[in-house]
Design a protein around this ligand. Structure first.
Ligand code: 5GP
Length: 220
């Protein structure tokens, strides 16, 4: 019977830690952004998801505290005024925002977080955390395909779909503000590409704390 031996892991001579990555994913509704974000989290349970606050009503299957924190407009305005949100915006006339405290905690612990927010949120969060944000925009392969995907959503009415097509064009017009762009023609490939962006972001030099000391210990 043969036995396999793996060589002992060589620990770095000087510990290297890293700051967490804030991976912002934006896309027009129907491009597959949530599916991609969910797939990333499914393969990496330690990856945190930023649960946004919203004033819209829950859709069937959505739970408070998991998909969103569902709040009244009064509570949303109070949180915005108290500085409890890192960014916030109005989308389709409803308030959406990112609670600040979980993001600060994740960064302090060196944990990575995924943000499923729109272009307005991306602009604000990038301005607030310039060294921590890496952003990704998901495009559909064509506008016809996007329309087809939106029509397939049973939970949305016809006028809601028309509104979302216009909103989709508005969202897409901001594609060139993002670091990376994925065309979601084939879901498995899009997920693999999003994962590659996250892995590369973790390896960015400025994110790794202790590299200078490690290299100095080499006598370089
Ligand atoms: P939905 O109502 O379909 O869940 O989301 C509508 C839009 O709001 C999507 O484009 C979504 O990315 C965006 N959104 C969700 N949460 C936030 C947030 O916390 N901040 C911002 N700026 N946009 C958000």
């Amino acid at each position: 019977m043969s036995q396999t031996f793996s060589p002992p892991r060589a620990t770095p001579a000087v510990p290297v830690r890293r700051r967490g990555v804030c991976l912002v994913i934006s896309a027009p509704s129907g491009a597959g952004k949530s599916t991609i974000a969910n797939a990333l989290r499914a393969s990496e349970p330690q990856l945190l998801h930023s649960v946004s606050v919203t004033t819209r009503q829950p859709r069937p299957g959505e739970s408070d505290g998991i998909h969103y924190h569902f709040r009244t407009m009064e509570e949303f305005s109070r949180m915005a005024e108290a500085g409890e949100m890192l960014e916030w915006a109005t989308v389709f006339g409803r308030g959406y925002g990112t609670p600040r405290a979980p993001v600060e905690q994740a960064l302090a612990e060196g944990r990575d977080m995924v943000f499923d927010i729109d272009w307005q949120g991306h602009r604000q969060i990038r301005a607030a955390l310039p060294a921590d944000v890496v952003s990704l925009f998901v495009l559909p392969p064509s506008i016809a395909e996007l329309e087809r995907r939106l029509n397939g959503r049973a939970s949305d009415e016809a006028d809601e779909i028309a509104r979302r097509m216009q909103a989709a064009r508005d969202e897409i017009s901001h594609w060139n503000e993002f670091d990376h762009v994925i065309i979601n023609s084939e879901l498995d490939q899009a997920i693999a590409e999003a994962r590659a962006v996250l892995v590369a972001a973790r390896l960015q030099r400025h994110r790794q704390i202790g590299l200078t000391d490690l290299v100095a210990s080499f006598g370089v």
